[in-house]
Design a binder for this molecule. Structure first.
Ligand code: NAP
Length: 263
């Protein structure tokens, strides 16, 4: 098993998957493969020909690998990107995207919500947002989207202008507010762009940004009484969904969680 990307050394997946391998005492290993964009198809076919039992795919290859697949899941069709490849035993491979499943499992675990007909404000409209939008639409949520580049928001839901005031108004009536942007990733300051004043006890605030500490936005939302969900759960559950498909074995979530924390 392994992950392809360019670059890929920063990936947290090896810590998580190798912890699972150790916990289950499997004779497997999860490796990183830095693959230049010009060599993606050759590399993927070569790795599977050499007996690799499954691959994760990260930036910038998530779209390019779709052309290598003999079949793709509904999630890949809807999201337009694959993060998981599963060999089919006949020399072909199936592409899947486990981010949507990971997003929902983490939400159900930390803050179960009846999403059918629920108002949701999603901030951001990049690759992760497409997976979140697919997940939320599947649960019947009414999705409103604010993004710096407004045209991208329009492709995913009802547009909310990317101003703090408009986002505060939309957040006030939302059961769930999701930050899918990278805002808040490398700083200890609450990003001024994100809504905060309108979040309270009737809101779930979900930040996809993954850090070892909760993001400043989530800390502030929790102080106002909101139930908060951080990006660690999504990372764990998207990986677990891939592991399940590669091995046919139920992933050891506690070991994988500990593997992630050890990074
Ligand atoms: P992406 O495709 O590059 O999209 C980035 C998004 O952030 C876009 O909506 C972009 O707006 C917005 N953005 C970036 N800088 C901004 C700024 N300074 N001001 C306002 N908006 C800004 O990236 P992605 O793959 O969707 O990832 C987004 C975040 O989600 C990252 O932090 C990533 O680590 C996280 N993520 C977490 C998980 C997990 O499992 N926890 C999974 C996937 C992604 P424009 O469209 O205007 O550029």
């Amino acid at each position: 098993m392994g992950v392809i990307g360019w670059p890929v050394n920063h990936s947290l997946s090896p810590s998580m998957h190798n912890a699972a391998v150790r916990a289950l005492d499997l004779d497997w290993a999860y490796l990183t493969f830095p693959i230049h964009p010009d060599r993606v198809a050759d590399a993927v076919r070569g790795l599977f020909a050499a007996g690799c039992s499954g691959l994760n795919v990260t930036i910038p290859h998530k779209q390019a690998v779709i052309d290598c697949c003999s079949s793709v899941s509904l999630a890949v069709e809807a999201i337009g990107a694959a993060n998981t490849l599963i060999p089919d035993g006949d020399g072909g491979m199936t592409g899947d995207n486990t981010d949507a499943e990971g997003f929902l499992r983490a939400l159900d675990e930390a803050a179960p919500l009846d999403l059918d007909g629920a108002e949701v404000l999603m901030i951001g409209a990049g690759g992760a947002a497409r997976a979140v939008a697919f997940a939320l639409r599947g649960r019947g949520a009414h999705l409103r989207v604010a993004n710096r580049t407004e045209e991208k928001a329009a492709a995913l839901g009802e547009v909310v202008p990317f101003t703090r005031r408009d986002m505060e108004d939309a957040a006030a009536s939302a059961a769930l507010v999701v930050n899918t942007t990278s805002l808040g990733m490398g700083s200890d300051v609450i990003p001024a762009e994100l809504p905060l004043d309108s979040l309270g006890a009737s809101t779930v605030a979900y930040d996809l940004v993954y850090r070892s500490e909760p993001t400043p936005w989530l800390v502030a939302a929790a102080l106002q009484g909101a139930l908060v969900v951080d990006g660690a759960g999504m990372l764990l559950h998207q990986g677990a969904a891939a592991f399940r498909q590669w091995t046919g074995v139920e992933p050891p979530l506690d070991a994988m969680r500990a593997g992630l924390r050890s990074r």
